[in-house]
Ligand binder design. Structure first.
Ligand SMILES: [Zn+2]
Length: 587
């Protein structure tokens, strides 16, 4: 059975070139990433129906429904197959969390990042992990760890369904530990549960070692890799869609969300056919990128791709643009030139904002599509053209037809195979992918270091509505990179200038309750200072106090006692401060 080494390789190569070795006994208290720092990665977006762990969407599931799901799997698949299924599910979570830690804390201490897995596993609510000891050394390839798991949710559910028995039950957790440590260490580290509450022990106890150290691991591997291998890394699941743009010098549409995947599947289906395609979607949603990708996936890929935005060309010139001109056709036509149709011969002609085409222009386009020949303006001889037309629109063409602004026959000619591109706000799950792709691209173009985004900047992007869609996100990232300093992450103030800021997100406060980020950031004086700077308010204490007094007075309509209450002062204290600033009492 093959161990999928590729899963580990890229994770193990951090930016830090220090040797990958460590020992939990040398761990100092509160080394980064701390539980608080990890909790900051978890945030809730109640208005939007999403929970995020950094850039991964999470689910809050009832422990008891997890229990009944588990029970149904065991009863229908049998114990061993169900066990494998949950082990692999846990493995995926662990591998993803390892990736999170590596990208978010690339410079952190080696031992601390291994330790972070226990904190994250605990934070996610499956079990409370107590590390007894662990050590690892990449040079010798050795890993050894021992952990206690307290009040494991899975053991609880197992006992509730089946009582205490012979078998250990914390399968998802075993998978998680295996996925996380293997992802960190760069080679397969297998965990086994040697004591489990489901077997009557007081707490669960697990051991982790490399496959070589364990010896025979065929039983463990059978749980981890079935004949239908799982796709433990996010990158694998989305590989065909996730290629970085710009790698081949060209941009490609990027996404992994359901809405995006549906559009992409439609594209791949129609690309090899000669059918005319109509792409619908808001402005900035990536219609031209899609058209280019359609061309690349077709048999015409070696032939020209010619684009024309019908809205960008004055109505009286559009015919000449599309079909070409013969010399002397009109004033200024001093020489003959081919139109876009002729230039696209053998290839693809992309007509953006097709609804902007005038009615006479529509008639000529229809004729060109039907006859497969064009006539230059002022020229007699029809010219044969072999062109696949891909049209795009950001308005509803059916409505345009009903309003008499668009020819019905042309609409049906174009609408053979419609593809609808979702706006970015309807595929928010793609935002992290896109951010990373644009950031990598601009870092390369500007010769800058990819330092990522601050957590609050990422949160803001995840909630922002993007009226300008992918193009707007792209612009924000380019702007953010320019506005931020080399080697420093892009922060919220580098991204947004005049845009309406997104609504609040909710994170875990230190007490473990959800609170809005605005409240969190007001709790610390450092953050208040940053906020003042963001608001372009000079942090001059005297002037701030004066401003607070004035604001309170005007809010209280000049009533001194009411103004004092607004600032938590007595009337006398308020009056004293007013006097200090040289303002006399008004009443
Ligand atoms: Zn257990």
């Amino acid at each position: 059975m093959d161990t999928p080494k590729h899963l580990f390789g890229n994770l193990a190569q951090g930016k830090d070139s220090s040797p990958l070795r460590g020992d939990s006994s040398q761990l100092q208290q509160n080394q980064s990433p701390t539980t608080e720092e990890l909790a900051e990665c978890l945030f809730f977006s109640p208005s939007d129906g999403r929970i995020w762990l950094n850039d991964q969407r999470m689910l809050l599931m009832h422990g008891s429904s997890f229990g009944s799901l588990r029970r149904e799997f065991i009863d229908s698949l049998g114990l061993e197959r169900a066990r494998g299924l949950f082990t692999r599910t846990g493995y995926q979570s662990g591998a993803r969390d390892a990736q999170l830690i590596r990208t978010r804390w690339p410079q952190a201490d080696r031992t601390a990042v291994f330790f972070a897995g226990t904190r994250l596993h605990t934070l996610e609510g499956m079990t409370k992990v107590e590390p007894l000891h662990f050590k690892f050394d990449a040079d010798t390839g050795l890993y050894e760890g021992e952990f206690l798991w307290h009040h494991s949710c899975e053991a609880d559910e197992h006992i509730a369904a089946y009582g205490v028995g012979q078998d250990s039950a914390c399968w998802t957790e075993i998978g998680y530990a295996t996925g996380f440590v293997s992802g960190m260490f760069g080679r397969l580290v297998i965990f086994r549960e040697v004591e489990c509450r489901a077997m009557g022990h007081k707490v669960c106890r697990v051991l982790g070692k490399t496959a070589e150290q364990w010896g025979d691991v065929s039983a463990d591997l059978a749980l981890l890799y079935t004949n239908a291998p799982p796709a433990p890394a996010a990158a694998q699941a989305t590989a065909p869609l996730k290629t970085n743009p710009g790698e081949a010098g060209e941009l490609i549409p990027i996404g992994a969300s359901a809405a995006f995947s549906a559009a992409r599947h439609a594209l791949l289906r129609v690309a090899p056919t000669p059918a005319t395609v109509l792409i619908g979607g808001e402005s900035g949603a990536g219609k031209e990128l899609f058209a280019r990708e359609l061309h690349r996936q077709s048999s015409r890929r070696e032939q020209p791709f010619v684009a024309l935005n019908c809205a960008a060309i004055p109505e009286n010139l559009i015919e000449a643009e599309l079909f070409g001109v013969e010399r002397g056709a009109f004033t200024g036509a001093s020489h003959s030139r081919p139109g876009r149709f002729e230039r696209a011969h053998g290839g693809t002609l992309f007509l953006d904002e097709i609804a902007c085409l005038s009615l006479p222009g529509q008639g000529k386009l229809l004729r060109a599509l039907q006859e497969r020949e064009v006539e230059r303006v002022g020229g007699g001889q029809p010219i044969r053209v072999d062109v696949r037309v891909v049209a795009a629109t950001n308005v509803d063409l059916r409505q345009e037809v009903q309003a008499g602004r668009f020819r019905e026959d042309l609409f049906y000619r174009l609408n053979v195979y419609p593809i609808s591109l979702p706006p970015l706000r309807e595929r928010r799950d793609d935002i992290p992918l896109l951010v990373d792709a644009f950031l990598s691209r601009y870092c390369r173009e500007y010769g800058r270091t990819h330092a990522g985004l601050t957590m609050r900047a990422l949160k803001a992007l995840l909630l922002y509505d993007f009226p300008g869609n992918v193009r707007e996100l792209q612009n924000l990232i380019e702007r953010g990179l320019i506005a931020s300093d080399e080697g420093r992450p892009i922060d919220i103030l580098h991204l947004f200038h005049n845009e309406p800021l997104p609504p609040q997100l909710y994170s875990l406060s230190q007490s473990g309750t959800l609170s809005s980020d605005a409240q969190n950031s007001e709790s610390g004086p450092d953050n208040l200072l940053e906020r003042l700077q963001e608001l372009h308010i000079e942090p001059d204490i005297e002037r701030l106090e004066r401003r607070l007094l004035d604001d309170a007075l005007s809010k209280a309509d000049g009533n001194l006692a009411a103004a004092a209450r607004l600032l938590g002062l007595t009337r006398a204290q308020f009056a004293y401060r007013l006097k200090k600033h040289g303002t006399s009492e008004q009443n």
